[in-house]
Design a binder for this molecule. Structure first.
Ligand SMILES: C[S@@+](CC[C@H](N)C(=O)[O-])C[C@H]1O[C@@H](n2cnc3c(N)ncnc32)[C@H](O)[C@@H]1O
Length: 292
């Protein structure tokens, strides 16, 4: 995924090796093929980078990276101590995380005070050149694919609006301060007049080349085993990617915040900060149906 830089927010201060005798510690959650972590490891040779994913990583890793296999919906690996990391990064993982605020709490557990969280997620939408979601009339291939995907994702109890809610989730967390968010339109393909945008467009295009067919199992399950529907949706989206007849975009969102000094509560959910104009939420317990 194309992001503005390796890190978001005041990472340079947080990762400045002169600020501590111990190596800086970085955690990448849902690392995938580890491309981001390997780039960081090669650039910050003195840092120790831990990476986590559900599935084993196939590539050879630099000596300053350690892989952990874990479903983070069950929490981060228990061997990861509290208040240990200087920076926690997670990019494009919401599809596997039904309770994202709970994961934000886990990030708070392992971050040091003043440590930095970096989160990156793309909207589950494809947009036309007016910035509106694509329609079935102009972009049927994209439209059917994104609708099927959203249906399948909702079917898995994943909130399809999660990318749009992430800024508020981070702001509501009692553990983070100085929360900032930004969004960026990314062309699908190199069709703009701007060289940098075209570079991003090529990366987005390449990502989609793999993403479009990769959701086929999710779609097959959603269509109750009728794999011909899943095949058709994938093929039509692929055709629109390969031979675009109009300019389309994706929208990526970038979030960062500083871990504050509030001590992590191991006793379960903590009250969230009140939103403007709303009463402070009462602490929830598992038995009252609150977030675990
Ligand atoms: C779309 S890939 C993104 C990979 C990488 N972050 C990147 O941006 O290149 C999502 C990754 O998150 C991992 N993932 C999803 N849900 C997860 C979970 N519950 N626990 C651990 N890893 C998870 C997937 O296995 C996959 O490798």
């Amino acid at each position: 995924m194309a992001q503005p830089g390796l890190f978001l927010g005041p990472a340079r201060d947080v990762l400045d090796p002169s600020s501590s005798k111990k190596p800086k510690r970085i955690l990448d959650i849902g690392t995938g093929n580890g491309s981001w972590a390997v780039e960081v490891a090669n650039r910050y040779l003195g840092a120790a980078i831990d990476i986590v994913d559900l599935v084993p990583i196939a590539r050879e890793l630099p000596s300053n990276i350690l892989f952990f296999r874990q479903d983070v919906n069950r929490g981060l690996p228990p061997s990861m101590p509290d208040a240990e990391y200087d920076l926690v990064h997670a990019r494009n993982i919401q599809l596997g995380i039904p309770d994202y605020p709970k994961l934000i709490d886990e990030c708070a557990r392992v971050l040091k005070a003043r440590g930095l969280i970096n989160l990156i997620e793309g909207d589950w939408d494809i947009f036309d050149s007016d910035g509106n979601p694509v329609t079935p009339y102009k972009n049927p291939g994209w439209y059917n694919w994104i609708q099927a995907w959203r249906g399948a994702v909702a079917h898995q109890n994943i909130d399809v609006e999660a990318p749009k809610k992430t800024e508020q989730w981070l702001k509501d967390s009692p553990y983070f301060s100085e929360v900032k968010a930004t969004a960026r339109w990314m062309p699908i393909g190199p069709w703009t007049n701007d060289a940098e945008m075209n570079r991003l467009g090529e990366i987005v295009w390449e990502n989609l080349k793999y993403l479009i067919p990769s959701i086929r199992p999710l779609l097959t399950e959603y269509y109750a085993g009728r794999s011909e529907w899943a095949d058709m949706i994938v093929q039509h989206a692929w055709a629109e990617l390969a031979s675009p007849h109009s300019h389309v975009f994706m929208r990526w969102r970038f979030f960062w915040g500083k871990r504050n000094s509030r001590v992590y509560s191991p006793d379960g959910p903590v009250p969230r900060k009140p939103r403007k104009g709303k009463e402070r939420e009462k602490p929830q317990t598992e038995s009252s149906g609150g977030r675990a």
